[in-house]
Design a protein around this ligand. Structure first.
Ligand code: ARG
Length: 391
């Protein structure tokens, strides 16, 4: 997904397993998934044996173990079903790292770092997912509390202002409260530690080594002063707090990444007034008249900020999409889905780019309504804190 729309604030949908005590898998849901894999990937074979096996395993254990083929297929379909993602044309290229045997937070942290390295490839970013242990009755899987593997701290000053990413101020307060040594002096781009909860409900912090965090220093093709602002952004957006559900099995830790779209960084992360809020400063340097909104200084500054982002990623050889090409590709994806006879839900408010929307074709139409029951799927993010232990 690309994250143009509003974020956060949704309660988990009903039916999502309780974090401390995962519910058994509904055999009907497992069966529906097996029929889907079969229909889409090997319609020539028979399914009877596999159905019987899986039913027996659910009867015995309350859950079931997917084959690598089923897991990979499920992960790719979850992406294909993500109504908010404009980048879904490439759903079949998702690389899946099958680490379902890992439960321990230290292992999850180490392989989350491994995920970043495998996905980054010196800037030739590859869409990647790492799947850690699933929830099972009596044994919840691990959870990554960070919303992405790489995020910049938001350091709250006594006067309420924030140095860094205000979107991460609550998370930053939380990890500082747990003992994370806040960098001194507090910087605008300090990478946060990973906060990981184990099957026992205990959470631990792990640093992300700097050499695993690929970043792009931002500069502008025409304005030398831009580089002196000292702005940067990380190369890989890796969502880490959305559980993956396949065939009734929930994988609470299944971080996944694509590559950035120009506007995510330039028109949202660095521009939103409740994020880095950089447009006033950039407008001032551009010499724009900021006294009236009617000079459109915000619009003009935003264009130059997004240009700087795209220019810098391109110059450093880091994969980045632009909102024009990606909109075209999204329509190609929709046409393919339609040709395959599938419904393809999309959320207009997330698909349409946050700048110049009407200049892209995705603006000028409507889409199938998002369907909360579509599976496999990524579920609503789990919260920052594990639920309090029961008294
Ligand atoms: N919008 C989020 C961010 O700016 C990233 C969401 C995922 N984006 C993507 N291109 N896969 O960090």
């Amino acid at each position: 997904m690309t994250g143009h729309g509003r974020s956060g604030g949704h309660p988990p949908p009903p039916g999502v397993a309780d974090e401390r005590d995962p519910a058994p898998v509904d055999p009907a849901v497992a069966e529906e998934f097996l029929r889907q894999v079969h229909a889409e990937t090997d319609p020539g074979t028979t399914l009877t044996d596999r159905l019987r096996q899986v039913r027996a395993e659910i009867d015995r254990t309350g859950t079931w173990t997917q084959t690598t083929h089923e897991l990979v297929f499920g992960a790719r379909i979850a992406w294909r079903n993500s109504a908010r993602c404009i980048g879904r044309l490439y759903w079949q290229s998702l690389q899946v790292r099958d680490l379902r045997h890992l439960h321990d937070p230290a292992d999850v942290a180490q392989e989350s770092v491994g995920h970043l390295r495998a996905a980054t490839r010196g800037g030739k970013i590859r869409s990647t997912m790492t799947v850690f242990a699933p929830d099972a009755p009596g044994r919840p899987g691990p959870r990554i509390r960070n919303d992405q593997l790489v995020r910049y701290a938001g350091h709250r000053a006594p006067d309420g202002s924030v140095v860094g990413d205000p979107g991460q101020a609550d998370f930053t307060d939380h990890v500082v409260g747990m003992g994370w040594p806040r960098p001194q002096p507090a910087g605008r781009f300090d990478v946060l530690p990973l906060l990981i909860t184990g099957p026992d409900g205990r959470s631990r912090l792990f640093d992300v080594p700097p050499d695993a965090v690929h970043e792009v220093p931002l500069r502008h093709p025409e304005h030398p002063w831009f580089a002196r602002l000292g702005l940067r952004w990380h190369s890989v957006p890796a969502i880490s707090n959305m559980p993956l559900e396949i065939g009734g099995v929930v994988y609470p830790a299944a971080p996944f990444n694509g590559w950035y779209l120009d506007t995510e960084v330039g028109a949202r992360n660095l521009a939103d007034t409740d994020r880095y809020d950089l447009l006033p400063e950039i407008a001032k340097r551009l010499g724009l008249d900021t006294r009236s909104v009617r000079t459109m200084w915000r619009d003009r500054a935003m264009v130059e900020l997004v240009r700087a982002v795209t220019y810098s990623f391109d110059a450093d050889g880091v994969t980045m999409a632009d909102h024009y090409s990606e909109s075209e590709r999204f329509l190609t994806f929709l046409a393919k889905e339609e040709a395959a006879g599938r419904r393809c839900p999309a959320d207009w408010s997330w698909i349409v780019p946050p700048m110049s929307g009407s200049q892209t074709p995705v603006f000028h139409r409507y889409y199938d309504e998002p369907d909360p029951d579509l599976r496999p799927a990524f579920l609503e993010p789990h919260g920052l804190r594990p639920p309090a232990a029961q008294a």
